[in-house]
Design a protein around this ligand. Sequence first.
Ligand code: AP5
Length: 209
Amino acid sequence: MNLIFLGPPGAGKGTQAVRVCERLGIPQISTGDILRSAIRNQTPTGLAAKSYIDKGELVPDSVMIDIVRERLAHADCAGGFLLDGFPRTVAQAQALKGFASIDAVIDIDVSDETLVARLSGRRVCPACGGTYHVSRLAGATTCEKCGQTLVQRDDDKAETVLSRLAVYHAQTEPLIGFYTQRGLIRKIDGAQPVDDCFAAILRALGEGK
Ligand code: AP5
């Protein structure tokens, strides 16, 4: 199955993508993770992307399209894949049509108020990518999977979160109409608890009970 996860920052795309990919045995292709890895490794792409990400803006389409086209050519995508964070503009969606077919687009819907609370409380593990929320950490500061000290993403600071939401509404939300016209959208209530959200996604994909 070739899938796209669409939704605003903090909707739970990454949280659900890990579970769905494990269940379906397909790779999670998170463009945010690819960019953060490039920044850590100080590659030319990473150095160029950092200034956009730090301001909450989108990295230019041409860069993102090349990254995803190259990644989808890897052998592990032959049996399906889940795109988490791509496409984010109509230009990216148009380009994607040229090198991949898509079976379903999961649109995870959450109010802006809830998103701000989620992102400002998010803590991530820089080693294994584990994602947590301070409200459920009970004071813990290390990753329960690998023991690394948890950190706050630079772009989860309050002022950057508001820019990311504005960018989402202006540039990414139009993709809901783009994929609705193509009959691919499956809307999920992302305000539900994580397990309920996961069950709803599986049902929407015809994989649930
Ligand atoms: P990216 O890393 O993709 O960030 P994002 O889309 O803003 O999404 P997030 O990772 O912030 O949130 P999420 O939906 O995955 O939520 P999560 O599961 O972590 O992109 C970062 C930047 O890279 C962009 O701003 C842009 O600059 C650039 N970029 C990336 N792709 C690009 C592209 N295609 N084009 C151009 N630029 C691009 O959950 C959030 C929090 O909520 C966590 O704390 C989690 O524990 C909690 N949570 C999750 N689900 C629930 C639930 N059901 N109930 C309660 N809490 C929950």
